[in-house]
Design a binder for this molecule. Structure first.
Ligand SMILES: [Zn+2]
Length: 99
């Protein structure tokens, strides 16, 4: 499916006085996305691809962090949610144990 989409004509960006403008049909958009997928999945970043550690998240990201220990697609989107939930769980356990 990806290869079929990548074989088709992609969207063609155009230069305008205000910058770059791209108008595209759905097929052209799919082709552009498929071409990016082919480049990414056959390129040198494949070993750096990771799935987000948030079980409710479906994002995949490229881990360019030092030590390659990144766990989330983004702190704002997932990392802070998981850390806050873990903090609430620890706090609840501490309150329950103390009381
Ligand atoms: Zn995520």
């Amino acid at each position: 499916m990806v290869n079929d989409a990548a074989r088709r004509a992609p969207a063609a960006p155009q230069l305008t006085h205000s910058g770059r403008w791209t108008a595209a049909t759905q097929r052209e958009v799919l082709s552009t996305v498929a071409r990016h997928a082919v480049e990414l999945l056959s390129g040198p970043d494949v070993p750096l691809l990771k799935e987000c550690g948030n079980p409710e998240c479906t994002r995949v990201y490229i881990d360019r962090s030092r030590g390659k220990r990144r766990q989330w697609c983004g702190m704002e989107s997932c990392g802070n949610k998981i850390k806050a939930a873990a903090y609430r769980a620890r706090r609840k356990t501490a309150v329950t144990s103390a009381g």
